[in-house]
Ligand binder design. Sequence first.
Ligand code: FAD
Ligand code: UDP
Length: 364
Amino acid sequence: MFDFLIVGAGFAGCTLADCIATKLGRKVLIIDTRNHIGGNAYDYYDNAGVLVHRYGAHIFHTNSKKVIDYLSRFTQWRVYQHEVLAKLDGDLYPIPINLNTINKLYGLNLNSQELADFYDRVREKYDRIENSEQAVIGKVGKDLYNKFFKNYTYKQWELWPHELDASVCARIPVRTNKDNRYFGDKYQLMPLHGYTKMFEKMLSHPNIKLMLNTSFEEVQGWIKFDHLIYTGQIDRFFDYQFGKLPYRSLRFEFETHDTEYFQPVAVVNYPNDYDFTRIVESKHITGQKHSKTTIYHEYPEAEGDPYYPIPRPENRELFQKYKNAAANLQTVTFVGRLAQYQYYNMDQVVAAALTVFEDRISQL
Ligand code: FAD
Ligand code: UDP
């Protein structure tokens, strides 16, 4: 008999398992269909001995001191500030678009004020920003939108930017200075020994039992518990009773090369060429020294593991139906990127799990 059953051993599940075990002293069973913990943040040493992220580059960044303080109980950190380049007509340009990008692309020598004036001249003025196309064109105009965003977005989502919420492309800032970093957050760090080592510590309390290779559907009815915490797809939990929520998937193609580094930075985006969106080289992110390197191409796919909720109005409406159904269940709590159908980063999932613990779970 367990007090809690947690479905999913990613950031949401592991945070709640730890809080329940250490702060409430109650017993938890955490299960996952996969053969490993960590959810999509899982990392491992491949056959060549290179530490890679199994499900795409995961860079930790947050403005929340609360989240950093919480995770610091399980890991030390390595300072890493992520930089991304976009390959356009054979040349590499910094992304997010900044002063370096514009001066190189157009052969100019603008300063920050002149770039602000430039953006103001080329951008379209909208009364309200309603989608991702307007979010970009409203800041940097059509030419930069066409070069860096339009086709990348179509490849990634199989939707044009005008079909997606503004928040999708607005994840990428636009700068007038020379800051080449992908993120602007105060804390940009990587777990010193990798994510999986951190998750092992999160689950190390004796009140926590772990079962891998096990789906909720397999154990439902067999295992007794008082409360369920569900971090998987919410539509699957309700047997798709209101219809399927769309998710976007990816295929990762890994290659090991007999060279120390393959590309100058961890991520190179290919907005207009090929079927993949980006090439990732983990060693830049992990800081590992190795004579070989492993890279992977990310190919967006319609079918496969559900990696991304797809932020657009009709999906939000459908999700709202599941959210209403979830609100009627007193003994089930839904939390995480799939369960809340939110395009959450890792820190947002940890913050959501800590809030759910404080507001709901600790009151049970
Ligand atoms: P998940 O990690 O998805 O964990 C859910 C777990 O539940 C899974 O392991 C799944 O197997 C299990 N599960 C689901 N249903 C069932 C079931 N019925 N029975 C049993 N088990 C089940 N965030 C950042 O902050 N920085 C980044 O750089 C970054 N890069 C990313 C790159 C990619 C390609 C992707 C896809 C995501 C990225 N993210 C990044 C987001 C990050 O992966 C998520 O925010 C975070 O991992 C979500 O944690 P979670 O616990 O909600 O879900
Ligand atoms: N995007 C783009 N061009 C780029 C980078 C991003 O068009 O060079 C758009 C694209 O729609 C992408 C979104 O911005 O899906 C968010 O990018 P991010 O890098 O945050 O995506 P993630 O790392 O979550 O896959």
